[in-house]
Ligand binder design. Structure first.
Ligand code: ADE
Length: 229
């Protein structure tokens, strides 16, 4: 499952350039018995299978040599993933992601092995693999040198708690729809001001929930309050 996304484009280049190392481990290598079993029926009955504690402990203990390394379970029960969580993860030199599967994992994994639980959204995937790819992609693009210019990470939607301002490229006139003149003015301060305003207005319109926590100046907060008077 991982080979597609990690063999393409920016993530591949980051791996090839030695900016990041991604190791994929198969839980089945630590499965029990001849059949390398990793799951079993839930105690107490009920539908589905549960990933056993023993293979998961063995897998993590085989790859982790330092108790400081975060061990993160991907699960719809985890704290919600966002840009801030991605930045936090990017500050660790290593971390382990566990992809949950089936109906869940033995609770003792949560209690005694895992240091954090992350969900990528309020919906249920068939397994944690797609969630792990989302987390890895978001973290890797933050690492220094991975994107062409460090500016593009700073200006990203969500990096300052706001959605990104509108972007335009050539032609100046496309089917009669013109690029906002300020962007052609060459006036850098005016352009920065326009972009900042657009980012705030766009966030207000599309994701007003984000504004409460956004990094706004007092003047910008006053401007917003005026709009609601
Ligand atoms: N596994 C299944 N659903 C998930 C979700 N929403 N986030 C993280 N891991 C998951």
């Amino acid at each position: 499952m991982f080979s597609g996304p990690f063999d393409e484009s920016i993530i591949k280049r980051a791996i090839d350039n030695g900016l990041v190392e991604i190791a994929i481990h198969n839980l089945r290598d630590h499965g029990l018995g001849k059949h390398r079993v990793v799951d079993d029926y839930p105690h107490g009955g009920g539908a589905g299978m549960v990933l056993m504690a023993e293979p998961l402990f063995a897998a993590v203990e085989a790859i982790k040599n330092d108790s400081e390394i975060p061990v993160i379970l991907l699960t719809p029960q985890g704290r919600l993933f966002n840009q801030q969580v991605a930045e936090e993860l990017a500050s660790h030199s290593r971390f382990v992601l566990i992809c949950g599967h089936y109906e869940g994992v033995d609770e003792r994994v949560r209690e005694h092995l895992v240091t954090d639980e992350i969900s990528i959204g309020d919906y249920v995937l068939t397994g944690g693999e797609l969630a792990a790819m989302v987390v890895i992609d978001t973290v890797v693009r933050q690492l220094p040198g991975v994107l062409g210019s460090d500016e593009s990470v700073k200006e990203d939607s969500h990096s300052n708690g706001l959605l990104e301002y509108p972007q335009y490229t050539r032609p100046q006139d496309f089917r009669g729809w013109e690029v906002p003149p300020v962007l052609l003015s060459g006036h850098h301060a005016e352009i920065a001001k326009w972009r900042r305003e657009q980012a705030i207005l766009r966030t207000l319109k599309r994701r007003p929930d984000l504004l409460e926590k956004a990094e706004l100046t007092n003047k910008e907060r006053q401007m917003l309050e005026k709009m609601f008077e």
